[in-house]
Design a protein. Structure first.
Length: 222
């Protein structure tokens, strides 16, 4: 899953980014409100961690703009403010949750997991499953009928994206945006290399799950 961190305290922003990456999230980080709004408006993130007090444009203004443009990305507000009025204002403007600084890392991660959990679905937050195939987050591996194989970080992220979007074709452009970033200069053959690795590993553990190519478009999991 891909997250956006909008935080002007550079040391805190970088610490948050490192924590999230260690937990296998893909993270983009910006340090002011203008860049935060520009990034958020792409609609390519699964969750936004948004500070309220930002240079250029504050978090409440960003929220209002996002919801005005019908972008429903979950937003977790991060702020040093603890007054009830500030919490109410943030939630009324479209925030999905609110966390007051300083906060405990475990609580932050739990709130992010809750916000990125698909509505109405109950599942083990440590794994995704498809057709008997298990993608395990803690071990960064794929498991099928007792057979398992380790994945690199990029392999894991691509597989997670495919399992989270079953029964649909994922365009190559979308994969690049989610895994490498909106402004990345990664070429399509980079994706093809990782898809080739994943196909070999799927075959190695004996699953009949396959990554199908939609020529000229992208990939799907079947």
């Amino acid at each position: 899953m891909k997250l956006l961190v909008v935080e002007d305290e550079i040391q805190l922003a970088d610490a948050l980014t490192e924590i999230l990456k260690r937990n296998r999230y893909i993270v983009d980080t910006v340090y002011d409100g203008i860049d935060g709004l520009d990034s958020a408006l792409t609609g390519m993130y699964d969750c936004i961690l948004l500070d309220i007090m930002l240079p250029g444009m504050n978090g409440i203004e960003i929220l209002r703009n996002l919801r005005k443009e019908k972008i429903s990305t979950p937003v977790l507000l991060l702020t040093a403010r603890s007054e009830i009025e500030d919490k109410i204002n943030g939630l009324d403007c479209g925030a999905d949750d609110y966390l007051t600084k300083p906060f405990i890392t475990g609580e932050l991660l739990a709130r992010v997991r809750a916000l990125t959990r698909r509505k109405g679905e109950i599942f083990d937050e440590n794994k995704l499953t498809f057709n008997g195939l298990e993608l395990n987050k803690s071990s960064c591996s794929m498991i099928y009928k007792g057979n398992d194989v380790k994945l690199s970080l990029k392999e894991y992220q691509i597989m997670e994206l495919l399992i989270s979007n079953t029964n649909r074709i994922l365009p190559k452009e979308r994969i690049i945006e989610k895994i490498w970033g909106y402004e990345s200069d990664v070429e399509y053959n980079n994706i093809e290399v990782y898809i080739s690795f994943l196909r070999k590993k799927l075959s190695a553990i004996g699953t009949d799950t396959q990554i199908k190519t939609a020529r000229g478009i992208g990939y799907s999991l079947v």
